[in-house]
Write a protein that binds this ligand. Structure first.
Ligand SMILES: [Zn+2]
Length: 652
């Protein structure tokens, strides 16, 4: 064990029982996505949503006024793990890599001898899906494994996101198989993020489904805490729990999160339960920040803080009896600029004030105006000017010069994955240049809500509802490419092919690299009988995403209809290699081989097609033809009568 760990807990030593210092504590590090502070029982909510977290809170230290530095998942998590501001770690958007030279908590703990593992709830933090490069650094085991939805009808909980219960059961499994201590385990639960659809009984127990998701996440965490207790690990484990950001739920006109920086999205819950219930029931009322979490953890373990850290250790506040001065809390969001071409926003909470740097500046006295409803810029211009200077100075002092070459752009495919989560990727709407240029998001918030509603409606298969919403967005902001593509998809799904083709052609023009736009365009052309015209689009997709079986099948199917049968046969064989039970590929290949008088080659494919879709009459009818060619009259008759019975309308 590294020497540093032998001297663990120097700071804790001063406050802890002698026996507690002997053992290196484990750390369970929980980030609860999109969770508002005001939903926590331990912060005053009376609905009983969080009994398990409330117990942890009673046994630990509660920070009553903790503030996030960004209302977006990867940006906030980068701050949490590196103890630096977004303008320093540069992960200011989806898909930006965590700089490899920037020290982060998991790596520091791994080097200090911790066994590290992460259990993730969403594609958005999955480096293997290209969405959060570098976030697996320092983890010996990183459990994610998400994949894009290739069809809106696919279940989101087996593609882009996982339920909290699954994340926790993976974490418990790992603990069962990896008994070595000390461990550092990151558990990320995505449940409270939209769409709000908690599993039973939480869908019924709480009228509001957002609340139901939080109650479900709490119950899932309860299983983890119970396991730790049963295994005898609980006492010597530090449990840190926070959310990365909250959710607006209509406050200031914002439905979800990402655009604004008011308390609904920036104030977050934060608890630290120490070994042996040290400092139990301690409440810290001083304002603190998520940028302080990393230095606090390392300080508790008596590990040296890297010079890059920009937050400060909260250990003195945890130990101190006296109320200390509030820490100024900075937050920012580039999302309005990157996704829509509007101005980015920055805020500083300093003293009793909240200052919003926006094209139309805002100033609120948070001691009197908790909802940030009364803008004081015109009545307190001197305060506003002072804070305006402070926030710019602070930003410049804490930023590093950004190396443009290190910023990775999301691939078109990753951008498509984002839309499955209700986000818009950087698009043609974002003009190069100053992120603080552009429309004031206050004047535009309605449009971003309409876009989110439209995208979620497409994902839920409510296409008719989505179309007017997406049209409304495009009328206001024609360069929002996500709206253009989703509109094309929704029109195609409702069989409005001519309009879909127009919309999708625009989308392909805007995003020439996007396989999904080209695939959907190919399908719409195919459906209108423009087979030859659809070929280049399907060819593009098959080349770009060689493992997408359905896209390859579509190309094969067009080849088969346009006198390119040998190419169709080769492709169908590739599809079946990728997806051996692919119904339509087996059916079409079996049929082609039958028509080419290769019945014995055809039969295995047709039998597979029967297995894949036993209630469909077609494979039985085609199999009958192949068996006829083989001279198996009895088999052919049986298959033909099976086909007839499946084709016949049901008796009632
Ligand atoms: Zn988040």
């Amino acid at each position: 064990m590294p020497r540093s760990l032998l001297f663990l807990c120097v700071l804790l030593l001063a406050i802890c029982l002698p026996s507690a210092a002997a053992e290196v504590p484990n750390i369970v590090f929980i980030t609860l996505d999109t969770t508002r502070a005001d939903r926590m029982g331990f912060l005053g909510n009376t609905q009983g949503l969080t009994p398990n977290l409330d117990l942890i809170a009673r046994q630990g230290v509660v920070f009553e006024r903790a503030y996030s530095q960004a209302p977006l998942t990867p940006v906030s998590h980068a701050t949490i793990f590196t103890g630096t501001y977004p303008q320093f770690h540069t992960v200011t958007d989806f898909g930006h890599p965590l700089p490899s030279l920037l020290p982060d908590v998991p790596e520091i703990l791994q080097k200090a001898g911790y066994h590290t593992a992460a259990f993730i709830g969403s594609l958005i933090l999955d480096p293997h899906a290209g969405m959060a490069p570098g976030f697996d650094r320092g983890f010996g085991f990183f459990d994610a494994g998400f994949r894009p939805k290739t069809d809106p009808d696919e279940d989101r909980y087996s593609t882009v996101e996982r339920r909290g219960g699954d994340v926790v059961s993976h974490a418990i499994n790992w603990l069962g198989k990896n008994p070595k201590t000390p461990f550092f385990m990151w558990v990320h639960l995505y449940d409270p993020h939209a769409p709000y659809d908690p599993p039973a009984p939480y869908d019924k127990r709480f009228k509001d489904h957002y609340d139901g998701e939080i109650a479900y996440a709490d119950a899932s965490l309860g299983k983890l805490f119970t396991y730790l207790r049963e295994r005898g690990l609980y006492e010597n484990t530090i449990i840190v729990m926070m959310s990365d950001h909250g959710e607006s739920l209509g406050a200031h006109g914002e439905s979800m999160h990402g655009i604004f920086l008011y308390d609904e999205t920036i104030r977050v819950p934060l608890i630290m339960k120490l070994p042996n219930e040290l400092l139990a029931k301690k409440r810290v009322t001083t304002r603190v920040r998520l940028v302080d979490v990393a230095p606090t953890i390392l300080s508790m373990l008596s590990l040296p803080l890297p010079p890059t850290f920009q937050g400060e250790s909260l250990v003195p506040l945890m130990k101190g009896a006296q109320k200390a001065d509030d820490l100024p809390a900075y937050a920012e969001t580039d999302y309005p600029h990157r996704a829509f071409g509007w101005s980015a926003l920055r805020t500083l909470r300093s003293g009793k004030y909240l200052y919003v740097r926006a094209p139309k500046r805002e100033l609120y006295d948070q001691s009197l105006d908790k909802d940030a409803a009364h803008n004081l810029v015109s009545t307190s211009p001197a305060v506003a000017s002072t804070l305006a200077t402070q926030i710019d100075d602070f930003h410049d002092k804490t930023a590093i010069v950004r190396d443009k070459s290190s910023e990775s752009q999301l691939s078109a495919e990753q951008a498509e994955n984002l839309s499955a989560l209700g986000y818009v990727a950087s698009t043609g709407a974002a003009q190069p240049g100053d992120v603080l240029q552009g429309a004031d998001p206050k004047d535009k918030i309605g449009i971003s809500n309409v876009l989110q509603q439209g995208m979620i409606a497409v994902e839920d298969g409510r296409y008719g509802e989505a179309i007017p919403l997406l049209q409304q967005v495009l009328a206001d902001s024609p360069l929002v490419t996500a709206a253009q593509m989703q509109l094309g998809i929704a029109l195609a799904k409702t069989k409005r092919y001519p309009e879909a083709i127009v919309a999708l052609k625009k989308s392909v023009e805007q995003l020439p690299d996007s396989a999904q736009s080209q695939y959907e365009l190919g399908l719409a052309l195919f459906e209108t009988g423009s087979w030859k015209e659809s070929v280049p689009y399907f060819e593009f997709v098959a080349k770009k995403r060689p493992k997408w079986a359905d896209a390859k099948y579509s190309l094969a199917s067009v080849y088969a209809r346009t006198q390119r049968v040998p190419e169709a046969v080769d492709l169908l064989q590739e599809v079946i290699q990728l997806s051996p039970k692919h119904f339509r590929a087996n059916l079409l290949l079996g049929r082609i081989l039958t028509l080419q008088h290769h019945p014995s080659d055809a039969v295995p494919y047709l039998r597979q097609a029967v297995d894949s879709a036993p209630d469909n009459f077609e494979p039985h009818a085609f199999l009958a033809d192949a068996l006829d060619q083989l001279g198996d009259t009895q088999g052919a008759t049986a298959e033909r009568s099976r086909a007839q019975s499946l084709k016949a309308p049901s008796p009632n």
